[in-house]
Design a protein. Structure first.
Length: 551
């Protein structure tokens, strides 16, 4: 499934001379890399990987480790300009600067890309690729003298276009990483090679660094893209890049000793599917089937854990379990949620501008109560807005959100203390708490759901909240056990009775069926997010008979 066919490889190499040039350069020191369509998770166990995979456009990634190398390396293969092409690019940029005044102002990056494309097409005259242009004189003979035009071969145009886009619109020297869907985080320290958090290989060193003399200018340009410029007077900046990625920049050398440093949390355009999480063992098919039923029947769910444990990833994977006809209301500080439903009201906080124009998460959740959504999904609950979350639950609005806490006990403690102050007697509005963690296994950091707890309610005699373990993770065997099977308070008491089951234990037949559907999807490699959505929603609309797999 992952490996490319020989004909496909040859075609890609032929279409991308910079890739061929790179392969020629490395062939003496290593075997020919294996070309993959995507890096499978199993590669994380390989001691000496040697693979190339494509990203968006004409950028490729080579990941390898040779005997004697201390760590795996990530090499971005992108088009680069020779001296002559750099001169042509400079001329194009000067002509663009003259002509851009004729264009309407760009409101966003997409508008800017469109304007750049129009200007490039107006300025560049593309020659036939088989014409050998040895000098400027031969150009003039062919086309005549025209100072407002630049003559390029198709390959030159492609390379210069990439370079202009990455400089003016994209991530500059970080552009290859922004195009790679398998990158989670980008860590930049001035004068050192950039390090990444790769979804398969974990922390990995790259071949790209930002020199000390270029770092201040680049960090200022990056902060301006976020709309929150850094300076010596304002040395730290947080914000959202145009593609939705979250960035933090520490600019001043008085604060960041080595020079400007940057951390970027990549925005994922296509969410990771629930079947991919099952394949990675983050959750089990049983846990997924359990939440499938919970979300169909409007239960209130908290997904909890420490920073960077994958809470939002898991929530995105669970959202398709909500029936397709439901109206979803999301409220976020940073745009990380993806909702496939047709009726999706997506709102963001506004923290800049005059005080009266600012909108925080509390305001958005208050507005949500007036919007009559079927499901409210705050991206994350941190403070006083948690009280509004419980008000929403009490008024019959199902809620799913993430929260920083390492156990169900800590969830309860934080919600019943300052600044949230939810009365203990209200905590039974919450139904299920999933705890997720990033753990070390065999030298690799992996993400695991370590428990799922059901909230039963307030016990007056003990003055405490009663909870029941539904699933727990066995770290020795790396499996999840449904310890509440045939004894689940939420499935039997909160769902089955209200759904009209004569015998509440019949709900487990539905659980078993959905677990089997998810297991068969993993077996059939149905891992693409939108393919998974299609299967789940087909089941809602047509039942088992409509599924594209045998169950």
């Amino acid at each position: 499934m992952y490996e490319m066919e020989r004909e496909e490889i040859e075609k890609i190499i032929q279409q991308n001379p910079h890739l061929k040039e790179y392969l020629d350069k490395i062939k003496e020191k290593m075997d020919t890399p294996k070309f993959l369509k995507a890096p499978p998770m199993e590669l994380s166990e390989e001691k000496y990987p040697n693979i190339i995979y494509p990203t968006k456009g004409n950028v490729f990634v080579h990941i390898y480790r040779l005997p004697g190398m201390e760590e795996i390396e990530y090499h971005a293969i992108e088009p680069s300009l020779n001296d002559e092409e750099k001169e042509k690019k400079e001329k194009i940029m000067k002509l663009m600067l003259k002509e851009v005044v004729r264009k309407n102002a760009a409101d966003n990056d997409e508008d800017l890309k469109k304007i750049l494309k129009e200007l490039l097409d107006e300025i560049v005259v593309t020659t036939e690729s088989n014409i050998k242009l040895k000098s400027q004189k031969s150009l003039l003979k062919l086309f005549g003298k025209n100072e407002s035009k630049v003559y390029l071969t198709p390959l030159e145009k492609e390379k210069i276009e990439y370079d202009i886009y990455k400089t003016l619109v994209g991530g500059g020297p970080l552009e290859p990483f922004m195009r790679d869907p398998y990158i989670e985080d980008i860590h930049v320290i001035t004068g050192e090679y950039v390090h990444l958090i790769h979804k398969v290989f974990g922390m990995i060193k790259t071949n790209i660094l930002i020199p000390k003399d270029e770092a201040p200018k680049f960090s200022r340009a990056l902060s301006e893209k976020m709309g929150n410029p850094v300076s010596e007077a304002k040395p730290i900046s947080d914000g959202i890049l145009p593609d939705g990625s979250r960035a933090n920049i520490i600019y001043s050398s008085a604060v960041s000793i080595k020079g400007p440093s940057m951390s970027i949390r990549k925005f994922t355009e296509v969410p990771i599917s629930v079947t991919q999480l099952i394949k990675w063992k983050t959750i089990s098919a049983g846990i997924a089937a359990y939440f499938w039923i919970c979300l169909q029947y409007g239960r209130n769910i908290f997904l909890c854990g420490e920073t960077a444990c994958g809470k939002t990833t898991t929530m995105n994977a669970f959202i398709p379990f909500i029936p397709p006809e439901k109206k979803i209301y999301t409220a976020e500080t940073t745009p990380e949620l993806k909702v496939p439903h047709e009726v999706w009201q997506r709102l963001l906080t506004k923290t800049t501008g005059p005080e009266e124009s600012r909108v925080d998460l509390f305001d958005l959740l208050v507005a949500a109560l007036r919007s009559r959504p079927d499901y409210i999904i705050p991206g994350e609950v941190r403070g006083a807005e948690g009280n509004i979350v419980f008000q929403a639950m009490q008024t019959g609005h199902p809620v799913m959100t993430t929260f920083h806490a390492g156990s169900v006990t800590k969830v309860i403690q934080r919600f019943t203390s300052d600044p949230i102050n939810v009365p203990k007697t209200f905590m039974d509005n919450l139904d299920v708490v999933l705890i997720q963690s990033a753990v070390e296994r065999k030298g690799k950091k992996v993400r695991r759901c370590i428990s799922v707890d059901e909230i039963e309610g307030y016990n007056r005699e003990a003055d405490g909240i009663m909870a029941r373990k539904a699933f727990e993770w066995d770290p020795l065997e790396d499996v999840h056990r449904f310890v509440a099977y045939k004894n689940s308070y939420i499935l039997e008491e909160k769902i089955a009775r209200n759904a009209g089951y004569a015998d509440p234990t019949e709900i487990y037949e539905e659980f078993d069926l959905r677990q089997k559907i998810l297991e068969r999807m993993v077996e059939e490699d149905i891992l693409d997010y939108y393919e998974v959505v299609k299967v789940i929603w087909t089941y809602y609309r047509e039942g088992v008979d409509g599924l594209p797999i045998d169950v």
